[in-house]
Design a protein around this ligand. Structure first.
Ligand code: DX5
Ligand code: ZN
Length: 211
């Protein structure tokens, strides 16, 4: 489970990050938005850097930005353990994946809802993670796009026995977690579901035991 801090309380990020660390989650999902690739601006590497040392959880950085190659080193230096870039924003996708790996971080490709899985066909041997967007990127709290289930199955078949994590991002909750993991998802991003939950630990346990 990778909770997205886009849905956290920005006035109490340290508190929320510390609370997350006690709920049994696996990553901190950091949604970086530039107001160009997506119609919203979130935060940059300096905000993420301020959270270093506040948690032992790996930072799973989702770059929803144009020209991601310009920011790879900056986010690695700020503590990113995984950096995912949008296929739609990377003119030279194979090159930027190598750039990310060159920093020592794990690398991944993100596909928007309308982008077919065949777009990652030629980089399957270069990635550690493939993130399928189940909402149109830019905001938390949106409705899950049902067609994502079939897309997961198609991607899973394409991946075969390669060691690639499938991450699903957008409109995920304990209500659809089982469907997603049965279809082949390994990592579930949850933003509003976690930060609006009465008992986040309970929600995480439920989402996980459905595997
Ligand atoms: C949307 C982001 C998602 C979003 C998830 O552009 O990539 O990570 O924050 O939030 P929920 O889980 O509320 O859809
Ligand atoms: Zn995200």
């Amino acid at each position: 489970i990778a909770p997205s801090i886009l849905s956290a309380d920005f006035v109490n990020l340290e508190r929320d990050i510390r609370k997350l660390s006690e709920t049994g989650v696996d990553y901190v999902h950091v949604d970086v938005m530039d107001g160009h690739f997506v119609p919203n601006i979130s935060f940059g590497s300096s905000v993420m850097k301020s959270l270093l040392g506040k948690t032992n959880l790996p930072f799973d950085v989702h770059l929803m930005i144009e020209q991601p190659e310009r920011y790879v080193e900056q986010f690695r230096d700020a503590g990113a353990d995984i950096i995912t870039v949008h296929q739609e924003a990377a003119i030279h996708l194979h090159r930027v994946l190598g750039q990310i790996k060159g920093t020592g971080a794990k690398c991944g490709v993100v596909l928007n809802p309308a982008t077919p899985v065949c777009m990652v066909e030629n980089v399957l041997d270069d990635v550690d993670m493939i993130l399928l967007m189940s909402v149109n990127p830019g905001f938390g709290g949106q409705a899950f796009i049902p067609g994502t289930i079939e897309k997961i199955k198609k991607l899973k078949a394409m991946i075969g026995d390669r060691n690639i994590e499938i991450e699903i991002d957008g409109g995920v909750s304990d209500k659809n977690a089982a469907l997603l993991t049965e279809a082949g998802a390994n990592v579930l991003v949850m933003g509003s579901a976690v930060f609006n939950a009465e008992n986040p630990s309970e929600l995480i346990r439920e989402a996980k035991c459905l595997r």
